[in-house]
Design a protein around this ligand. Structure first.
Ligand SMILES: CCCCCCCC/C=C\CCCCCCCC(=O)SCCNC(=O)CCNC(=O)[C@H](O)C(C)(C)COP(=O)(O)OP(=O)(O)OC[C@H]1O[C@@H](n2cnc3c(N)ncnc32)[C@H](O)[C@@H]1OP(=O)(O)O
Length: 210
């Protein structure tokens, strides 16, 4: 069974067959811990100024981990990262992990902290990382309970700096639907201040469209 099937709770026996028991979880219960460890590593490396001997040691250790995992490479359909909807940030580290607090198919409100990994400069999150977060959250909301869509445009306004290492709130809303077009908005808050807001168009894909 692929991670995508598992995430969709589609049992290999089919939805109408007798339940043959609990489904195995791709990557096991500890997969999220591994991704959290990777997140921590990215933040630590970004902020570290280690002595050369430690750099060499760390490089060896990282290459060892890569070499152990590489033989387990799978095609995209079977990939676990990004497909485990039960894990923080879908079990991937590309975007900071968004933690939803309240949601339905038309809005979501949650928290997010950009780690040191996402630093642009002077304590501010990189200007490319903020749209990444909006695309992730708006994309998920656009597809929530609906046919898959893709981002056609994403307009982002940077109102103030988005601070690194601070818990922020993100509110997103599904505004309206016109045929295949879905319009969504979102805002990111540091306390009472909006640091950035966004408006996105997501277009539902036709059958067979990549
Ligand atoms: C994403 C699927 C993943 C599945 C994984 C499942 C597990 C996880 C589940 C969930 C997590 C999801 C979390 C992440 C989500 C992230 C989402 C992304 O980042 S997607 C990657 C970046 N986006 C692209 O790569 C699109 C590239 N562009 C295209 O493919 C096409 O241009 C597309 C589909 C957007 C539209 O193309 P057409 O040929 O289907 O349709 P046409 O006729 O061009 O447009 C339809 C209508 O939309 C308007 N339109 C299209 N683009 C527009 C634009 N840029 N500005 C204004 N209007 C636009 C057109 O004018 C037209 O409007 P009129 O019907 O005439 O009123």
């Amino acid at each position: 069974m692929t991670a995508r099937e598992w995430a969709g709770r589609v049992h290999p026996a089919g939805p109408w067959e007798p339940d043959p028991g609990p489904m195995p979880v791709p990557g096991g219960a500890g997969f999220g811990d591994m991704i959290d460890a990777l997140r921590e590593l990215q933040d630590t490396i970004t902020g570290a100024a280690p002595p050369p001997h430690l750099v060499e040691q760390a490089t060896r250790a990282l290459r060892e981990v890569s070499a152990a995992l590489k033989p387990h490479t799978v095609p995209e359909r079977e990939q676990i990262t990004g497909h485990r909807m039960d894990l923080r940030g879908r079990g991937q580290t590309m975007a900071p992990a968004f933690v939803p607090d309240e949601w339905d198919d038309s809005r979501v409100s949650g928290r997010v902290t950009f780690g040191r990994h996402y630093l642009g400069g002077n304590g501010a999150v990189h200007g490319g990382a903020v749209p990444l977060l909006f695309d992730e959250v708006l994309g998920r909301l656009a597809n929530s309970g609906r046919r898959v869509s893709r981002t056609a445009y994403l307009h982002v306004n940077f109102r103030r700096i988005t601070p690194v290492g601070v818990e922020l709130r993100l509110d997103a809303k599904f505004e309206r639907e016109e045929g295949r077009k879905r319009f969504l908005t979102a805002a990111l808050y540091d306390g009472g201040h909006v640091t950035a807001d966004a408006e996105g168009l997501f277009v539902a894909l036709r059958p067979g469209q990549p």
